[in-house]
Design a protein. Structure first.
Length: 291
């Protein structure tokens, strides 16, 4: 018994208590085990951590983004894909969600064309023509598997987001891994994890599949680490709204008038974030005073 934690520490060799008479092995203290696991995690996932932190810093931009009540996109909220016209509606749902939780990406309002055709070497493809037109292709073999289609679209949507933000790794494989991580930063994690591979007992009626460029452990790590970054604001994101709120309060002392102007701006521009709304009201006040 470890008296510092009231936890039984068993011998790793025989399963008996620490310092057991059978082999004389002295068990490792829980603190040492925890430290070793943390060190191992740092080594194994160190690069993923840095990539996630860099993406999240750009995507979330300010502390206000961490206050979104629904960071994760619920797979149940997405349309089941039964025909090609459904694809663009699902893609649009991904982009709308990213616009709310990842304002730093300045998500485009244009929804790319999505097509479903035979593909042999990939579940999906992202392509951009020289004139800038983007096309996303989904392998038609997944038409009967809506969770897999949604997982593919989550990945391809992130190609679109990263391309618009001009974020790209020079190495193709590393860029695909970056795109996989982007899904978790944008709250697509549950959708992707629900469809990226065939689970046990799911292969009786269709061929098994396994999508993506990360290992199962890496996906689970990304999912949990992103939540930890948001919960603790470990990135140290500062408030973008607070300085604007203070400035508006200085310019306009009447709380009721101030609240009314902000409410009007929110109704007129529902897709804009709070920082943009405050900046607009401040700009309008200054223009009125100069006029």
């Amino acid at each position: 018994m470890d008296t510092t934690s009231d936890r039984v520490v068993t011998c790793q060799h025989c399963g008996q208590a620490s310092g057991c008479p059978h082999c004389g092995h002295r068990g490792t203290a829980p603190q040492a085990i925890g430290g070793a696991m943390a060190a191992e995690s740092s080594i194994r996932f160190g690069l993923l951590k840095r990539m996630l932190e860099e993406l999240a810093t750009v995507a979330w931009k300010s502390a206000e983004a961490l206050q979104q009540p629904a960071f994760h996109l619920d797979p149940g909220q997405l349309l089941d894909v039964h025909a090609e016209p459904d694809l663009e509606r699902v893609l649009e749902a991904f982009l709308n969600h990213a616009r709310q939780v990842a304002p730093g990406f300045s998500v485009p309002y244009f929804v790319p064309r999505v097509q479903m055709v035979p593909l042999t070497a990939a579940g999906g493809l992202f392509s951009e023509a020289p004139d800038g037109w983007v096309t996303i292709t989904v392998a038609d073999q997944f038409l009967t598997n809506p969770p897999a289609v949604r997982a593919i679209l989550a990945h391809e949507a992130c190609h679109y987001l990263l391309g618009s933000a001009e974020i790209k790794e020079a190495d193709r494989h590393q860029n695909e891994r970056l795109t996989d991580l982007c899904m978790f930063v944008c709250g697509f994690g549950p959708v992707y994890l629900a469809g990226y591979k065939t689970g046990p007992g799911q292969s009786e009626y269709r061929r098994g599949h396994r999508l993506g460029y990360l290992t199962d452990e890496e996906y689970q790590f990304a999912d949990q680490y992103v939540l930890e970054l948001r919960r603790t604001n470990a990135l140290g994101l500062s408030s973008e709204v607070e300085p604007l709120r203070q400035r508006l309060a200085h310019l306009l002392r009447d709380d009721r008038v101030r609240d009314r102007l902000l409410a009007q701006a929110r109704r007129k521009h529902p897709a804009k974030d709070e920082a943009w709304i405050y900046a607009l009201v401040i700009d309008q006040l200054l223009r009125d005073r100069r006029g």
